[in-house]
Design a protein around this ligand. Structure first.
Ligand code: ATP
Length: 235
C-alpha cells in the first residue's frame, strides 16, 4: 500500500534521513521506533508531503506521492496525526472535526463518520461544544485522531500518540487504535517512543537510528530481540 524507496530527506544542509526504505501492506499496523532525534517524525512528514525527500520516492497504492502537496495526499486517503496534536484551540470540538472533513463533499458519509467517531470517543460527544484548547491532554489526542478519521483515511499516520498521557488514557487510545485497524480496516503507521507498547499493538516494526533503518522484523521477534530489549525496552 505504501512504499518508501531509499529516501534521503534534508533540513537545509543537514541530512535527517539516509536511504530509508519502508513498506506497509494494506490492513497492517506497522511501527517505527527509535530514540529522540532518530528521524521518526521526519519520516512521517516526508510521507505526508510536509517535507520533500531530496532522493528516492514514496508511492501510495501504486501512485508516486513524494512530489505531491499535503492536501492532495490527504485526498488520496492518507491522514497524519502530528506529534503534539495541533488541534485548533479556539475552535470547538465540532468545528475541529468539521475541518477534518473539509476536503470531502459526501455529506451523508461525513455525518456517518461523525457518528462513528463519537461512538469511539463518547467523551468528545459530551464536550462537542467546548473549545479544543480547554480539553485535557488525553481528550486533545482523541480529538486529533478523530479529526484525522473525519478525512476517511485508508492509511493513518500517528506520531507519538502516548506522549505525555497518563497510563490509563494511553491504554484507551491504544484500544481504539486496534479497533480502527480491525473494524474500520484502516492501515496504521505508528511512531512511538514507547517501544514496548508499540510492538504489542503492531504486526511489524522498524528500528531507526541516526536517520537510518537498522532493523526490520515482526513485532513479536523485535520484542525478544536482545539489542531492542537493551536499547528500547529497558530490559
Ligand atoms: P523525537 O522522538 O524527539 O521527535 P524523531 O525521531 O521524531 O525524534 P526528528 O524530529 O525526525 O526525530 O528529527 C530528526 C533530525 O532532524 C534531528 O537531528 C533534528 O534535530 C533534525 N530536525 C528536525 N526538524 C528540523 C528542522 N525543522 N530543521 C532542522 N533540523 C531539524
Amino acid at each position: 500500500m505504501l512504499e518508501i524507496n531509499n529516501i534521503d530527506t534534508y533540513y537545509g544542509n543537514i541530512q535527517a534521513l539516509h536511504d530509508v526504505s519502508i513498506s506497509v501492506k494494506e490492513g497492517e499496523i506497522i511501527t517505527l521506533i527509535g530514540a529522540n532525534g532518530a528521524g521518526k517524525t521526519t519520516t512521517l512528514m516526508s510521507i505526508s508531503g510536509i517535507v520533500t525527500p531530496k532522493r528516492g520516492t514514496i508511492s501510495f497504492n501504486g501512485e508516486v506521492i513524494s512530489d505531491k502537496k499535503p492536501d492532495d495526499i490527504v485526498k488520496m486517503g492518507l491522514s497524519h496525526v502530528p506529534e503534539g496534536r495541533h488541534i485548533f484551540p479556539y475552535l470547538t470540538v465540532m468545528e475541529n472535526l468539521d475541518l477534518g472533513a473539509f476536503l470531502r463533499k459526501d455529506k451523508a458519509g461525513i455525518k456517518k463518520d461523525l457518528k462513528h467517531v463519537f461512538e469511539l470517543f463518547p467523551r468528545l460527544h459530551e464536550r462537542r461544544n467546548q473549545q479544543g484548547g480547554t480539553l485535557s491532554g488525553g481528550e486533545q489526542q482523541m480529538l486529533a485522531i478523530s479529526r484525522a478519521l473525519m478525512a476517511k483515511p485508508k492509511l493513518l499516520l500517528l506520531d507519538e500518540p502516548s506522549l505525555g498521557l497518563a497510563p490509563i488514557i494511553v491504554r484507551q487510545i491504544f484500544d481504539i487504535i486496534r479497533l480502527i485497524n480491525k473494524e474500520d480496516k484502516t492501515t496504521i503507521f505508528l511512531v512511538e517512543q514507547n517501544a514496548n507498547l508499540a510492538l504489542k499493538v503492531a504486526n511489524r516494526g522498524y528500528v531507526m537510528e541516526n536517520g537510518r533503518i537498522t532493523l526490520e522484523d515482526s513485532a513479536q521477534n523485535l520484542l525478544v530481540n536482545e539489542e531492542v530489549k537493551k536499547a528500547y525496552l529497558g530490559i
